[in-house]
Design a binder for this molecule. Structure first.
Ligand SMILES: *Cc1c(COP(=O)(O)O)cnc(C)c1O
Length: 377
């Protein structure tokens, strides 16, 4: 084992991603301020057109956040009280609350033990006459088995909403996340693979009716000025974010490749050790875009391990430490059933995310893995 030099490796560092566009952004933002219009300007439409192309969807709608993108998806599909939506045991909070916000009930299918993606075999037992939608959450940048999910959706005539918040450019069997389902919901939260300077999100769809409805819903239900046909909301994307995201788009492909290469490097470093901390498996068919690099502590207490790493200067995070159904707010809903997700429960105790961001260096990655070895020896 090599000599360990004291280093500090932050969990995330946005400086490279920001640096790529900072000067151009300040110039373009200056122009926008000069125009003096700040709501649903042509810049938003412009980004929407670009984003639809990138995802391979007919339509994209820029919205206020990924959370609102999910909500708008369910609202546009007319999902409401008495309906059920099937998501996965390790879904993010925002995925589940979007279901609850329209008055529907979330049901939880367990995840597959190796990839931690939605286990399609666990969906059918949850289907009943109230089931309306399946919501796969493409966590960490890895798409769920959309072939299997689509097959089930067709069989039972269910809609699919994909949570693509961590899955920009991710794919399954070569087809991109966001076009497998009826609706794709994206987040441009600053740390996401495509991140804004604040909150922003987008919805993608190939369905004109859904497109037009979400266009209206995000803007107070208007189909024309003061013509409010729907009960709508203010969930518009800010033009200043659209300007930034458009500038960032040309870098997305190369940046994604760089993340994939950094992930392979972690894989290699970890495979050269025999420690009991292992990466979450990648499915053979997933085009993984590595929003996060997630590992599992198989034999040691995860929180202790993270504490020891911290002492060595290595910052980690957990996505996520407690399944949503075990969170206090969810328990307070007092839903009278409990879908068992033993794999999601177990993985929530084991997983943590290593420092990972655009621009992470090989010496930083080496230091992270050497620190893991040191802690575990
Ligand atoms: C970030 C995220 C969201 C929410 O997106 P926001 O833009 O933060 O509202 C939803 N689902 C998943 C899986 C996420 O990672």
């Amino acid at each position: 084992m090599g000599v360990i030099f004291r280093m500090r490796v932050k969990f995330n560092d946005l400086s490279k991603a920001t640096g790529q566009v900072k000067r151009k952004f300040l110039k373009e933002a200056g122009k926008l301020i000069g125009y003096g219009n700040f709501i649903l300007t042509p810049e938003v439409k412009d980004f929407e057109n670009d984003w639809a192309k990138v995802v391979g969807a007919k339509y994209a709608i820029g919205v206020s956040s990924g959370t609102d993108a999910l909500y708008l998806a369910f609202a546009a599909l007319g999902v409401g009280a008495g309906d059920e939506v099937i998501t996965q045991g390790n879904a993010y909070n925002a995925s589940v609350t979007a279901i609850l916000r329209v008055g529907a009930i979330p049901r939880f299918a367990d995840i597959s033990p190796d990839t931690l993606a939605l286990d399609a075999d666990k969906i059918e037992p949850l289907i009943n006459k109230r089931t309306k939608v399946i919501l796969p959450v493409h966590l960490y940048g890895q798409a769920c088995d959309m072939k299997a999910v689509s097959k089930i959706a067709r069989k039972y005539r269910l809609k699919i909403v994909e949570d693509c918040a961590q899955a920009h450019l991710a794919s399954f069997k070569g087809k991109q996340a966001g076009v497998w389902g009826d609706i794709g919901a994206f987040s441009f939260y600053p740390t996401k693979n495509l991140g804004a300077f604040g909150d922003a999100g987008a919805v993608t769809t190939n369905d004109k009716k859904i497109y037009e409805k979400i266009l209206a819903l995000r803007d107070l239900g208007q189909v024309g000025k003061n013509d409010h046909r729907h009960l709508g909301f203010n969930m518009r994307m800010d033009p200043i974010q659209a300007v930034l995201l458009k500038l960032k788009l040309p870098y997305l492909k190369a940046n994604t490749k760089e993340r994939q290469e950094a992930a392979l490097h972690y894989n290699k470093l970890l495979s050269e050790t025999d420690i009991s901390v292992v990466p979450v498996s990648k499915s053979k068919y997933a085009g993984h875009v590595y929003h996060l690099y997630v590992v599992r502590a198989l034999r040691h207490n995860r929180d202790w391990l993270r504490g020891e790493l911290k002492k060595l200067g290595v910052e980690t995070a957990v996505h996520y430490p407690l399944p949503v159904y075990s969170q206090p707010f969810f328990k307070s809903l007092k839903l009278n059933f409990r879908d068992a997700c033993p794999i999601a429960d177990l993985s929530a105790r084991q997983i943590f995310s290593l420092p990972f961001f655009l621009g992470i260096t090989k010496p930083q990655q080496k230091y992270v893995v050497e620190s893991l070895k040191k802690v575990l020896s």
